[in-house]
Design a protein around this ligand. Structure first.
Ligand SMILES: [Zn+2]
Ligand SMILES: [Zn+2]
Length: 141
């Protein structure tokens, strides 16, 4: 479990000023991977009190732009955020309830970054989403 000082350090390493909303957003996303914006706003308000939707949106954008958060948006679902960045992992998404889990890539140190044909592009990211039904949704069918 990371301490508030760890999140303050993460902000400083990307030259972002340390603010209570930024620390609260980072820590709640770290504790709740693949959270959507509404649940992040709820948890941030629980921890630091009144903060506007817009303030949280702005923090999410700043942290994502700075590379501290990764934003994923499977089609048909709202955007989700996570602090597991820069490892190019993938996601499995439940088509029925929207549950999201991480999937490591099985192919070496630069997962899935060596496509069969690059068309000359300098590729630095691969976005793979596996769709299906989560265990709960399978068992409720
Ligand atoms: Zn499901
Ligand atoms: Zn993930």
């Amino acid at each position: 479990m990371l301490a508030p000082s760890d999140f303050e350090h993460m902000l400083r390493t990307v030259d972002l000023r340390v603010t209570a909303p930024r620390v609260a957003v980072l820590s709640t996303v770290h504790a709740n991977p693949h959270s959507d914006t509404d649940s992040i706003i709820g948890r941030v308000r629980d921890s630091i009190g009144a903060v506007s939707h817009q303030a949280v949106y702005d923090v999410l954008k700043a942290l994502t732009d700075a590379g501290l958060l990764r934003r994923i948006q499977p089609r048909g679902l709202v955007a989700r955020y996570e602090t597991r960045v820069a490892d190019n992992h993938h996601h499995v998404v439940c088509r029925q309830c929207g549950a999201v889990e991480d999937v490591d890539c099985a192919t070496g140190v630069a997962p899935c970054l060596a496509p069969s044909e690059s068309h000359g592009f300098a590729i630095d990211e691969a976005e793979v989403i596996y769709w299906g039904l989560c265990p709960q949704c399978v068992s409720s069918q």
